[in-house]
Design a binder for this molecule. Structure first.
Ligand code: PLP
Length: 424
């Protein structure tokens, strides 16, 4: 459910016509809806009622300061995966005791930054990392609170590039090694081991992998406790799928059904629980608005060549992802549909947003709206083909604000330097 709807024949983000934003900032651009972000955060939080739980938004899904500040005001914590994201979360006024730090390759300066910031916990992904944190923590005279990220070896049944909880993935500590590493963490100086963390993948449309992973982890907790080890915190990760609008797609799991699984598998352990949803909060909260440059007819289809490219939204290229795409003007009921490919201007065949879609007749200059682009959209954009990063706009009721301005080509070129021998 989101707040992008047709009113008077034109698509609006809440009370704001997207065509008016297009006139103001040019195309392409992202739009985020405050009401949708708020609703998703609240539906998820409500589903956790009665639990000793904290929601840490996965910043990598959408790290715009306006998005983070909106969520911070609702009480969100943050799951960060870099020093950069930690900086963003702190600047958005997310309290350190609500921040967890995940990721397989944390560097010394990032660990130091995390310890000096007093964050809730570092999720440790390997033994060498545990040793490193211990050494840095001792040097700083601190105690690092950590959780061990375990790899529960389950198949999340999602795209191979976003499955993370199977043996052989780079994430987490091998199942069999966990009790030994947990004991080691208990004994290491400068370390307080709080519990376990897991994150089995992203865009999960089925709850069964969660049930398997959480059940396995619950057994592990019993094993650790039977050895006299203390487990106070379980980080259940993120990964809940959202509907991208493919007609034959299975329905995405409701947060209530998800937390029911959590209650049944982890509830009896009496630990604090941490959740790290990203896509589920931000996905439907954003759209990408783009303009048709040319409508090129070939024998069996029409190519709609739009001004957004894979550098602006890489999900279709990277994951073969489906995004529902609609016209900014509401098509008349029963409008004839034609067969189209919607493609970007970039010199790569992979720069394709949609193939063989049934689409209303569309001409040059029309606006198209790519839905469910609020997560893993702007954050994964690049300047490939020397295309400047596009603006991000936030709407809130009848108000809107450019929350990241359009970069200029000059900005991009200004980062380059000529060596002496070329500039003499
Ligand atoms: C990416 C990631 C998440 C968020 O995943 P979503 O599918 O966006 O919910 C949560 N935790 C960790 C450790 C991640 O890497």
């Amino acid at each position: 459910m989101d707040f992008f709807n047709y009113k008077n024949g034109h698509l609006h983000g809440e009370g704001v016509a997207l065509k008016d934003i297009a006139d103001e900032v040019g195309t392409p651009f992202y739009v985020y809806s405050t009401a949708t972000l708020t609703r998703h955060f609240e539906v998820f939080s409500d589903a956790l009622r009665g639990m000793n739980a904290m929601v840490c938004f996965a910043v990598k899904a959408n790290s715009n300061q306006a998005v983070l500040t909106t969520l911070a005001a609702l009480g969100a914590g943050a799951d960060v995966v870099s020093g950069g994201e930690l900086t963003r979360a702190l600047k958005a006024n997310i309290k350190p005791h609500r921040i967890v730090f995940s990721g397989v390759g944390k560097q010394d300066d990032e660990i130091e930054f995390a310890l000096n910031s007093g964050i809730k916990q570092i999720n440790v992904e390997s033994e060498p990392e545990l040793d490193r944190i211990s050494a840095i923590s001792v040097r700083l005279g601190k105690t690092a609170t950590v959780a061990l990220r375990v790899n529960p070896d389950v198949d999340a049944g999602t795209h191979e590039k976003i499955t993370t909880g199977r043996k052989g993935n780079k994430f987490g500590i091998d199942w069999e090694r966990v009790p030994e590493v947990y004991q080691k963490a208990t004994d290491l100086p400068g370390i307080h081991i709080a519990g376990l963390a897991m994150h089995i993948g992203s865009q999960l449309m089925d709850l069964e992998p969660y049930r398997q992973a959480y059940s396995r982890v619950a057994e592990l907790v019993e094993t650790l406790r039977s050895r006299g080890l203390t487990v106070e915190v379980l980080d259940a990760g993120g990964g809940l799928g959202v509907p991208y609008g493919e007609a034959d797609e299975v329905e995405n799991p409701h947060p209530e059904a998800y937390t029911e699984v959590v209650r049944n598998t982890l509830g009896h352990l009496g630990t604090e629980l941490i959740f790290e949803p990203g896509r589920m909060i931000a996905g439907n909260s954003g759209v990408l608005v783009t303009r048709v440059i040319y409508a090129k007819k070939s024998t069996d289809k029409t190519f709609l060549i739009v001004d957004a490219g894979m550098n602006d939204l890489i999900r279709p290229t990277l994951y073969g992802a489906f995004h529902n795409i609609i016209t900014e003007t509401q098509p008349p009921p029963g409008a004839d549909l034609i067969n189209v490919d919607i493609v970007g201007p970039i010199c790569e065949t992979g720069d394709t947003f949609a193939k063989d879609r049934k689409f209303p007749e569309t001409k040059a200059n029309d606006l198209l709206v790519v839905r469910t682009a609020g997560a893993y959209g702007a954050v994964q954009s690049s300047t490939y083909n020397t295309r400047a990063l596009i603006p991000e706009v936030m709407v809130n009721g009848d108000r809107h604000c450019v929350v990241r301005k359009r970069m200029s080509v000059e900005d991009i070129i200004a980062l380059d330097r000529l060596p002496d021998w070329l500039s003499e």
